[in-house]
Write a new protein. Structure first.
Length: 210
């Protein structure tokens, strides 16, 4: 593909999709770290049992898991940004805002993943949240094509997904297109994490403390 219209500007499709890939990277690193990886540590390796034999509380253990997932998102995002910078796909210094956005997005998806880990009976059932939660976001959050091209129902659904808001903020930072309206995207992510973070702590305490 060549160039595409985006928010009143004509940009290359490569410049459009690169921030979307950064946002997907944030989601996948945090979500899969606090689902499959955390479940293995909890159920198969019994790492949680060993840690909880120390003075640490359940909440501290779970916050550590979520923080590690968010940290992985930040590290992977930084490495991707280095590569993308060599292709001239990021605008500096505005693109530096992507780093704290990766941390916030990592907390959002890390906490969401931990909620699923708390209620999933066995590791095979993780296919359901991946199919019903991750895959729709992957396809319909403005990562591969502008949201304006979606039908109304799909566009309305897209704005419910947290990845849409991460994509909007990362793309605006990468292309130097930040506006005051993007505060709404930031607010959504803060509220989403403010709900899923304490919920994940409550659900995991119920699962681990018997």
């Amino acid at each position: 593909m060549g160039k595409i219209p985006f928010q009143g500007r004509i940009i290359s499709y490569t410049a459009f999709i690169a921030p979307g890939l950064l946002a997907i990277n944030v989601m996948q690193n945090a979500f899969f770290e606090t689902t499959y990886a955390s479940f293995v540590r909890m159920y198969y390796q019994k790492t949680f049992d060993a840690i909880m034999a120390t003075p640490l509380t359940v909440e501290e253990v779970i916050l550590g898991e979520i923080s590690w997932g968010a940290s992985r998102s930040v590290m992977a995002t930084f490495l991707m940004m280095v590569v993308l910078s060599f292709f001239g796909l990021l605008t500096y210094p505005e693109a530096l805002l992507i780093i704290p956005l990766a941390l916030l997005g990592g907390l959002v998806f890390g906490a969401a993943g931990m909620c699923f880990t708390a209620i999933i009976p066995n590791i095979e059932v993780f296919n359901l949240p991946v199919f019903l939660f991750v895959t729709p976001m992957f396809l319909f959050s403005g990562t591969f094509f502008p949201l304006e091209q979606l039908p109304f129902w799909a566009k309305a659904l897209a704005w419910i997904f947290p990845l849409t808001h991460v994509v909007e903020l990362v793309r605006a930072s990468a292309l130097d297109m930040l506006k005051i309206s993007h505060l709404w995207n930031l607010f959504y992510l803060v509220v989403f994490s403010g709900i899923t973070l304490p919920l994940s702590l409550k659900l995991m305490r119920r699962r681990l403390v018997k």
